[in-house]
Design a protein around this ligand. Structure first.
Ligand SMILES: [Fe+2]
Ligand SMILES: [Fe+2]
Length: 261
C-alpha cells in the first residue's frame, strides 16, 4: 500500500483558512490521505504565522506546516516555530527560531518533512544545497519518506535542487511564487518534482492580495500596505503516492479545488 501525501501551496490568510476548514476533512477522506503538508508562510494576514493560526490549520487536518521568507515577519511566529509542527527553512542556521525539519510517525511510517529557502532574487541566507547535504545522512537514518519544500523564486534553483536530491528524497516541491507550474515529473524513477505547487487563497487577486493596491504600488513605488483579496478562493497543490518500503515516489499529480461562490 502506498503512502498518500497531499502538499498544498502557500496558504494566504483567512479566506484560505476558512475554505480549508470547510473542505479539507472531506478531501482527506475522499483521497484516503495519510499526510497533509501545507506551506503556511502567508497564513496570518498574508505574512507569517501565529500559534492560533497554525492551530486552525492543524484542526482542519494539516499535519505539518512549512514556510519560507515571510515566516519571521511576526514575533508571534516564535511560539509556533518552537512548540508546534511548524518549520522554518533549514538554511537559516542554528540561531534562528525553530527548526528546519521534523519527523512524523504516521500509520507506522516515519515521514521527514524538510524546508529549504532559495537564494536567487531573495534575501541572503546560508546555502540550501550545503545545508541539505550536511543534514541528509541524519534525516535518512530517521525516515525513509522525505518530503522537501524548496521555497524559492528562481525556477533554475528549484530544478537544480530537484536534480541535486534525485534518488535521495521522495519529493522536492517548489513553493513561494504562488503560481503552479506544469512540469511535474518523477526524476530517476524515485523523486517527485514540481517547480511550484501554486497557492491557497483568492485568485481574483495578485498572489492573494488586492490587485488594485499592488498596481498602485507599481505605479508609485511607494511601500504601501496590502489587504487580502477574498473572492474566487482555491486550494492548489500536488498529490503524491510514495512506496513506504523504498521512500521512492510512484506518482505526482497536480490538484485544484475551487470554492463555490
Ligand atoms: Fe508565499
Ligand atoms: Fe515566500
Amino acid at each position: 500500500m502506498s503512502t498518500k501525501v497531499l502538499f498544498i501551496g502557500d496558504v494566504v490568510g483567512k479566506p484560505a483558512r476558512i475554505y480549508l476548514k470547510d473542505i479539507l476533512p472531506r478531501i482527506r477522506e475522499d483521497l484516503d490521505l495519510d499526510v497533509i503538508i501545507a506551506n503556511g508562510e502567508n497564513a496570518s494576514g498574508g505574512s507569517s504565522i501565529s500559534s492560533s493560526t497554525a492551530e486552525e490549520l492543524f484542526n482542519s487536518g494539516v499535519d505539518v506546516i512549512t514556510s519560507g521568507d515571510h515566516i519571521f515577519k511576526r514575533k508571534e511566529a516564535k511560539e509556533a516555530l518552537e512548540n508546534m509542527d511548524v518549520l522554518r527553512p533549514l538554511n537559516y542556521g542554528k540561531l534562528a527560531w525553530g527548526r528546519g525539519y521534523l519527523i512524523k510517525e504516521i500509520k507506522g511510517n516515519r515521514i521527514a518533512v524538510v524546508n529549504l529557502l532559495g537564494r536567487v532574487f531573495m534575501q541572503p541566507v546560508d546555502c540550501p544545497f550545503k545545508a541539505i547535504r550536511d543534514f541528509l545522512p541524519q534525516i535518512k537514518e530517521e525516515a525513509k519518506i522525505i518530503i522537501v519544500d524548496m521555497h524559492c523564486e528562481a525556477t533554475s534553483e528549484k530544478l537544480a535542487m530537484g536534480y541535486f536530491l534525485a534518488g535521495k528524497v521522495s519529493a522536492v516541491l517548489g513553493t513561494h511564487t504562488h503560481v503552479p507550474t506544469a512540469d511535474e515529473r518523477i526524476i530517476d524513477n524515485f523523486t517527485a518534482y514540481i517547480t511550484d505547487v501554486g497557492m491557497t487563497g483568492s485568485f481574483d487577486s495578485i498572489l492573494g492580495r488586492e490587485k488594485y493596491q499592488i498596481i498602485e504600488r507599481f505605479l508609485t513605488n511607494m511601500p504601501l500596505r496590502f489587504n487580502l483579496a477574498n473572492s474566487d478562493v482555491r486550494i492548489q497543490g500536488v498529490l503524491l503516492e510514495i512506496d513506504p518500503s523504498t521512500g521512492g515516489a510512484l506518482t505526482i499529480k497536480r490538484v485544484e479545488y475551487r470554492k463555490e461562490e
